[in-house]
Design a protein around this ligand. Structure first.
Ligand SMILES: Cc1cc2nc3c(=O)[nH]c(=O)nc-3n(C[C@H](O)[C@H](O)[C@H](O)COP(=O)(O)OP(=O)(O)OC[C@H]3O[C@@H](n4cnc5c(N)ncnc54)[C@H](O)[C@@H]3O)c2cc1C
Length: 335
């Protein structure tokens, strides 16, 4: 019988990039799908709630979780083969996302370079359909395998079944139901760079995949605070997507407001711009604050608490709503 190692009072302070002091009554490091099944069997037998963590870069943790926390550490990455116009590559859930991107380029399998340096794991990448610099995971997705915590079986998801949308998927819509164990990517055999994003559009179109990745890394490092130096979870709010009518109202009063038309006629606004216009860049609530480099990022100045994050996020939402009539939605998952 496959079993797994149970850790009592697992300290999660180093397992979340906001650097919140946190612990879980029980924890386990999961290195195989069989261990995952065994851990869920144990939790069910003992009536324990379960949380799953990858790199902890998109979560706001409670100081104490009275349940079982599973840290996903299933490893492995391989080229499966060619399927029509794509190279199919598979990576296990516990692989570090950026290391996987580098590995694809080392193996002459370009296509993910615009998503370089996003923190976290491969297994979490479909959860909010990670995206950056003109590319989303959904654009390079083939299929994935997940453990269904209701049926206790491994199942396969196509792209349509994942219901990907902007920072959304079935895994975010039904939290806790499916635990991703591996992801397959479809990387174009005939690669062409995606350079239509500000900062990349100055590169000549004949740039190599590695040159694109290096530029993405340089841009990210110049804009976003490094969680190793100051705790954060990247963008704290989704960019609001509004109707053309709402956008017209915002634009009438603010002609310079950045706006990105979407294929369905809606308009994506910049949450960071809205927050900055409210004078909240650098604002603080105790030891937690709005980054003075990027208004969309909340940072931990040291010893910050979840209560301070909640208070600051509520203040930002209320201020933006009062000024623009637009509601902001938090991006990280609150556990
Ligand atoms: C500095 C910084 C920059 C960032 N930039 C970007 C960016 O450009 N674009 C972007 O999209 N995101 C960005 N993020 C957010 C974050 O990196 C991504 O959301 C990432 O995919 C989270 O991965 P993780 O392993 O850390 O997930 P965690 O934070 O551990 O978990 C996030 C959620 O996913 C669930 N989860 C984790 N693993 C699994 C699994 N195997 N199966 C099912 N559910 C799972 C968790 O239960 C939780 O609900 C950034 C974060 C930081 C700190």
């Amino acid at each position: 019988m496959t079993t797994f190692s149970l850790i009592q009072s697992m300290d999660l302070t180093a397992a979340n990039t906001f650097g919140l002091s946190a612990s879980s009554r029980l924890g386990a490091i999961i290195t195989s799908p069989d261990e995952l099944t065994a851990a869920y069997d144990y939790a069910r037998a003992h009536g324990l709630p379960v949380h799953v963590l990858g790199g902890g870069s998109n979560v706001i943790l409670s100081p104490q979780f009275d349940g079982l926390t599973l840290l996903m550490a299933i490893k492995g990455k391989t080229l499966i083969g060619q399927d029509g116009e794509n190279n199919i590559v598979e990576a296990a859930a516990g692989e570090t996302w950026h290391d996987f991107v580098v590995w694809t380029l080392d193996n002459d399998l370009p296509g993910l370079e615009n998503l370089a340096l996003i923190p976290g794991t491969v297994g979490a990448s479909p959860v909010q359909n990670i995206g950056a610099y003109g590319l989303e995971l959904a654009d390079r997705f083939d299929s994935l395998t997940a453990f269904d915590t209701q049926t206790r079986a491994l199942c396969t998801f196509s792209a349509a079944e994942c219901r990907f949308a902007y920072r959304q998927s079935v895994f975010k819509a039904e939290p806790g139901r499916y635990i991703v164990t591996s992801v397959r990517f479809a990387l174009p055999a005939q690669w062409a760079p995606i350079l239509n994003y500000a900062g990349l559009n100055t590169l000549p179109p004949d740039r190599s995949p590695r040159a694109v990745m290096d530029q993405v890394i340089a841009l990210r490092q110049s804009k976003l605070p490094d969680p190793k130096k100051i705790g954060n979870v990247g963008s704290f709010f989704h960019n609001p997507v509004v109707t053309a009518d709402v956008h017209a109202t915002v634009r009438a009063a603010n002609p310079t407001a950045p706006a990105y038309p979407q294929p369905d006629g809606s308009i994506k606004l910049s949450a960071g711009w809205l927050i900055e216009q409210c004078g909240l860049k650098g604002a603080r609530e105790g030891q937690v604050g709005v980054s003075d480099r990027h208004a969309l990022v909340l940072v931990n100045h040291g010893g910050g608490t979840r209560a301070e994050i909640e208070a600051l996020a509520a203040r930002i939402k209320a201020t933006v709503f009062e000024r623009f009539g637009i509601g902001l939605t938090a991006e990280p998952v609150f556990y």
